[in-house]
Write a protein that binds this ligand. Structure first.
Ligand SMILES: [Zn+2]
Ligand SMILES: [Zn+2]
Length: 178
């Protein structure tokens, strides 16, 4: 069975690179404003569900998580709002310590102002078309982009019961190693 799957999936590797560059620009701006060099922060594009971004401090590791589906649907807005929002959480943690401040308190708000971004807390996105279930996804690629396949589809590919093709380029989807 050959099946075409919808193309509203995940952001492209090029867009991921843009997010990484945007983050590093924002950290440069913070360095300028606060006179402190902030270490580059790791970024993961593995957030699912209704949140577009999250700052994590876990086992002394600091990283940002972004939702590649919401970013794909609202890419420009995500760069303008979600990325600075999470960067400001990281910077406020480095400057004040996450335990000493409220998440969206005056310290965080002041950083957002320095970055020229309105310190809003909730994005109001229409999330239709965005996978909301926390289910495992498998990364595949055609000739033009990455696709996230469900476990059911992945198993069909593995057992040779189905092949999937990109709606945009008609290319066959192949499993990516990561
Ligand atoms: Zn926040
Ligand atoms: Zn394609």
């Amino acid at each position: 069975m050959n099946q075409k799957i919808p193309t509203i999936t995940s952001i492209t590797p090029e867009q991921q690179q843009q997010v990484i560059e945007c983050t590093s620009d924002l950290l440069q701006q913070c360095q300028h404003h606060f006179g402190l060099a902030f270490k580059p922060v790791n970024i993961r594009f593995d957030l699912r569900g209704r949140s577009s971004g999250m700052y994590v401090l876990k086992h002394k590791q600091r990283y940002l998580r972004f939702n590649p589906f919401i970013f794909a649907k609202y890419f420009d807005d995500s760069l303008k709002t979600t990325v600075p929002h999470e960067v400001a959480h990281y910077v406020s943690d480095i400057l004040f310590g996450i335990k000493n401040i409220r998440p969206h308190g005056k310290e965080w708000q002041a950083i957002m102002h320095k970055l020229g971004v309105e310190p809003k807390v909730t994005g109001n996105y229409d999330l239709s078309g965005i996978p909301l279930k926390r289910q495992r996804r498998f990364t595949y690629a055609c000739n033009c982009m990455m696709h996230q396949l469900t476990t059911v589809r992945h198993n069909k590919v593995t057992t040779g019961k189905a092949h999937y093709f990109c709606q945009k380029c008609d290319g066959r989807l192949n499993r990516q190693s990561r």
